[in-house]
Design a binder for this molecule. Structure first.
Ligand SMILES: Cc1cc2nc3c(=O)[nH]c(=O)nc-3n(C[C@H](O)[C@H](O)[C@H](O)COP(=O)(O)OP(=O)(O)OC[C@H]3O[C@@H](n4cnc5c(N)ncnc54)[C@H](O)[C@@H]3O)c2cc1C
Length: 294
């Protein structure tokens, strides 16, 4: 397993922002993972999937960053003709999982088309779009604690909520089981639905720019993007970070953007929305920084 020192996190986040991680490793098995954790014991551990929902601080991150990118695999646990159960490893890219389902005519995940990143990251954040969330299909999760102990959690123990779970940040989501439909919808229909939903996303979201998806969670009953738009902030720029003109809840790195500028733009948007709509925005993106740093 390759272990790098002072690995720039800008290379591992969709925003292309982030200073060096003191130690960075991408294990291919739980054995390798436990070895590297033992070797660097005492260091805080940070899990990183696709880095598509993460803002990494500009300075050094004093942590062992574990990329789940090599912990992949999709196993068909059962298939009774009308439904199938899959066990998916955390590092599996969402895009690959959706292709796997399409090839085998498995339905249920179509709404998640276009969500980048890893399956583990999607479970951790209960990612969702088009009216479906990961919680609608996932019924058990295997987690591993810092001591290397694994445990399977059922739905109640996962504690799914809007864009989150109650799984402790120190636990790795190793894999999860999901139940999907089979034979209910034809492969052609699944493909058509995915294509339509993806085309809609392309029209309404800046999918080709450097972003981390939605910056803020939608407050109950309203859209964070609309509130930021109504505050007149579309196109507002701090340094090289800009509020997307296509979707105001996406902040774009135009090239040389920094975490400092990103956070300043978040503060500005929060303040303006609070002033104008009386609503307090809550971040959806995960901020990777040293404990104790603002
Ligand atoms: C263009 C674009 C569009 C997007 N559209 C959507 C959308 O429609 N809906 C939506 O919900 N999100 C969307 N996102 C946000 C993001 O893609 C999702 O939240 C995604 O599921 C994050 O997965 P990731 O692997 O990149 O997580 P990361 O960014 O790597 O990590 C996010 C958090 O999860 C933790 N984590 C990651 N893997 C694990 C693991 N195996 N075990 C424990 N913790 C883990 C990390 O420590 C971090 O706290 C979008 C992002 C972009 C860039």
């Amino acid at each position: 397993m390759k272990v790098s020192l002072d690995e720039p996190l800008s290379k591992h986040t969709s925003l292309a922002i982030g200073g060096p991680a003191r130690v960075f490793a991408a294990p291919s098995s739980l054995e390798e993972l436990n070895e590297v954790i033992a070797e660097w014991s005492g260091m805080p551990v940070v899990w990183l999937g696709g880095g598509t929902n993460a803002l990494a601080a500009d300075g050094p991150l004093e942590a062992l960053v574990i990329s789940t990118g090599n912990l992949r695999g999709i196993e068909m646990l059962s298939d009774n003709g009308t439904g199938a159960v899959l066990r998916v490893s955390c590092g599996e890219p969402m895009k690959k999982l959706l292709s796997f389902c399409l090839e085998r005519g498995l339905s249920g995940l179509e709404g998640l088309v276009g969500i980048p990143g890893s399956f583990g990251g999607a479970v951790k954040g209960n990612s969702g779009s088009n009216g479906i969330e990961v919680k609608d299909v996932v019924f058990s999760v295997c987690v591993m604690d810092k001591k290397g102990q694994t445990q399977r959690l059922n739905r109640e123990e996962i504690g799914f909520k809007y864009r989150g779970t109650s799984i402790n940040d120190s636990s790795l989501i190793v894999n999860a089981d999901l139940a999907l439909g089979k034979g209910k919808v034809s492969r052609e229909e699944i493909k058509k639905k995915m294509n339509e939903l993806f085309a809609q996303k392309r029209q309404t979201q800046p999918l080709l720019e450097k972003s981390a998806g939605c910056v803020f969670k939608n407050p109950p009953g309203c859209s964070a993007g609309q509130l930021i738009d109504q505050a007149g902030l579309k196109g507002t720029r701090i340094g090289d970070i800009e509020v997307s003109r296509k979707h105001a809840n996406f902040f774009i790195n135009l090239g040389k953007g920094t975490a400092q500028d990103f956070l300043a733009l978040m503060e500005l948007a929060s303040r303006k929305v609070k002033e104008q709509a009386g609503v307090m925005l809550v971040p959806e993106i995960r901020i990777l920084k040293n404990a104790g740093n603002r």
